[in-house]
Every structure is written in C-alpha cells, then in structure tokens.
Design a protein around this ligand. Structure first.
Ligand code: MTE
Length: 325
C-alpha cells in the first residue's frame, strides 16, 4: 500500500506491491521447482541453497557510482560495518543491533514529510526507492566515541525529497524521528534515552548535496542493524546525527529537540560537526581509530575538521563553533 497525501490532506492510495514482483515471481518458480525436483530427485539442501541465493539477489540495490562525492580510502569490511553498531533501540552494546534487529519489520513502511511545507506527503518505501536515481557514495563516518569507518552507502541527496514537499518560507530546521515501537524494538524498554530517537538539522544543512537519504549500503538494501529501511547519513557530523529507521521528517521554524542533546546537553550539541579542536568533556576528539585497523602499534588517525568535508565550511562562516558545538 502506497499513500500520498494530496494538498487537501486526503490520503490517496496508489497501486503497489508490498512484496516486490521479482521476489514473489522467484518464490513461485521455487515452489514449481520443488514440485519438479521431487520427480528428478534434486536434494532439498540444494533447493534451499538456491532459494537463499535468490533471496539475496532480491536484496541487491543497483546504484551508479558518484566518484566526485566518494573517498578513495579503503572500505571498512561489511562484517565490521554490520556487527559494530550503535542502534540503542536494539541494545547499547556494539554487538546488540546485529543480534536483535531481526525483529524490525521494514515492510510495509511509510515516511511522513510534513510541518512547514505546502505539500505534505506520506510515501511508502517503494516510492522512496524510486524518487530519485540511486547513487553509491563512499563516505567516512566518524562516531563521537572516537572510531570511524568508510562505508559505500546507497541513496540520493535528501534535497530531492525536501523539494517535493515545497517548504514554506518559515521552514528553518528539519526534524527526523525514528520508529518508536516496543513490539519491534526491545531497547525502547530501557530509559537510556527519551524515546523516540529524534535528530535535527538546519534547513541549509539538510539541503546540502552531501546529506544523503540512505536506503542501502555495499550494493544492497540496508541491513536492519544499520537503520533499515531508510536512514540519514550526514558525513561531516558525528554519527549520531545520522538517524536510523526514519518514520517522520518534519520541517519546523524552531530548532527541534534532539535525543542526545536532551540526555546530556553539555556533551552533545545541536550542530555536532566533527571538530578536532572541540573536545568532548570526557575525551579528546583530536584523533580516531579506524575500525579494522586495530593493533597495538597501529597509530590512530588525526581527525579532520568537518571530517574532511571542507565543502561545508561556508555553511558556518561567522559562527563560533566552540559555542555552537
Ligand atoms: N539512530 C537511531 N535511531 N538510534 C541510535 O541509537 N545511533 C547513532 C546513529 N543513528 C542511533 C541512530 C550513532 S551514535 C551512530 S555512530 C550511527 O547511527 C551508527 O551507524 P552505523 O551503526 O550504521 O555505523
């Protein structure tokens, strides 16, 4: 079911399939093959293997490379990027999301874009996947905890989506809200944050071409633990600004509250740009450990201003980034 909100606020249904055509067609072929294999004696093990391969193929997400916005640094191993995660809705240990996020139901899924807009929309995930051409962008991700990764994301600039809803003249900020469903997210029972997980950007940050509405990574749809089916990636900010499993994008005239700023305002500011000159109150931000480069003698890397994405510097000209950290 795909829903679009028309300007009068009435939900209009679009014909759509929750299960993509390739998947259900492959399932039908699989059942037909099982019936046929009973006759020729093909082993069930072999059939199951082929089915697993077909399902894997259904997860693939084709995208064209965007070398201009990609780093050439070596990519983090897929295993590390999917087993060393922060997704507190599934637990606070790095290994918890990979272990627990299988309970997240990523279809059907809708994202509502509303607030200070002329054309509010509710889009289903299939529609989001087709809203703009998918690009692969290899970004550095720097976590506020002092580690970093290099990940080939798949998505398109968030600006493509924001233009569709026609922001009003009052739209100055964008708030991102994550799914808040205890039946799917066991970590919500813990009061570690004031749920739901919310994050925010200034409108010009949200409209910057680097800000990626992300639907996949490593050439496939997002694994649940990485924020399926749709998340944000803002590569010049600490990783916590990149909200996962987004259900609502609201344009506002006032700076929205954010989950981490609420929990510790002196530690996590609204801007949270990667900045080696502004330490976290409890540790230095001058250097980082690249995941996969472990080892006692491996020196840490120097952290770069804006995580090396100098093209965003003009967004902050004249601002005291020690005050607006
Ligand atoms: N989004 C939600 N909904 N919940 C979270 O706990 N953690 C953030 C961010 N987005 C988080 C979230 C943090 S602290 C980081 S570093 C990144 O996701 C980690 O993304 P990754 O696990 O894909 O590397």
């Amino acid at each position: 079911m795909l829903i679009q909100r028309n300007p009068n606020g009435i939900d209009l249904p679009y014909p759509s399939e929750i299960t993509p055509r390739e998947v259900y067609e492959e399932r039908r072929r699989f059942l037909a093959r099982i019936a046929a294999s009973a006759a020729v004696g093909t082993s069930l093990w072999e059939m199951a293997n082929r089915e697993a391969f077909a399902q894997n193929a259904a997860q693939r997400l084709a995208a064209s490379a965007n070398p201009a916005l990609s780093t050439k640094e070596p990519q983090t191993a897929f295993k590390d990027a999917t087993h060393y995660n922060n997704f507190y809705e599934f637990g606070t240990d790095k290994s918890d999301p990979a272990e627990n996020a299988h309970t997240l139901r990523t279809r059907p899924w809708t994202v509502t874009i509303d607030g200070e807009v002329k054309k509010p929309l509710t889009l289903d995930i299939d529609r989001l996947l087709k809203l703009a051409p998918l690009e692969e962008r290899i970004y550095r991700l720097r976590c506020v905890e002092g580690w970093s990764m290099v990940i080939p994301w798949v998505g398109y600039s968030l600006s493509n989506l924001l233009k569709q809803v026609e922001p009003t003249g009052n739209a100055r900020y964008v708030e991102f809200t994550t799914l808040n469903d205890r039946s799917q997210m066991p970590g919500l029972r813990s009061p570690v944050l004031d749920w739901p997980y919310v994050e925010g950007l200034r409108m010009d940050e949200a409209m910057h071409p680097l800000t990626l509405l992300t639907l996949g990574m490593y050439g496939q749809v997002l694994p649940n633990q990485n924020g399926a089916p749709v998340r944000l990636v803002v590569p010049w900010k600490y990783g916590f600004k990149s909200a996962k499993s987004i259900v609502r994008i609201r344009l506002t005239s006032r700076q929205p509250r954010t989950a981490w700023n609420d929990s510790a305002p002196n530690e996590y500011g609204f801007y949270s740009n990667v900045n080696p000159n502004v330490d976290h109150p409890r540790w230095s931000q001058a250097s980082e450990r690249r995941i996969g480069e472990d080892g006692f003698f491996k020196p840490k890397r120097k952290t770069l201003m804006f995580n090396g994405y100098d093209q965003v510097a003009s967004l902050y000209s004249g601002m005291d980034l020690k005050k607006f950290f």
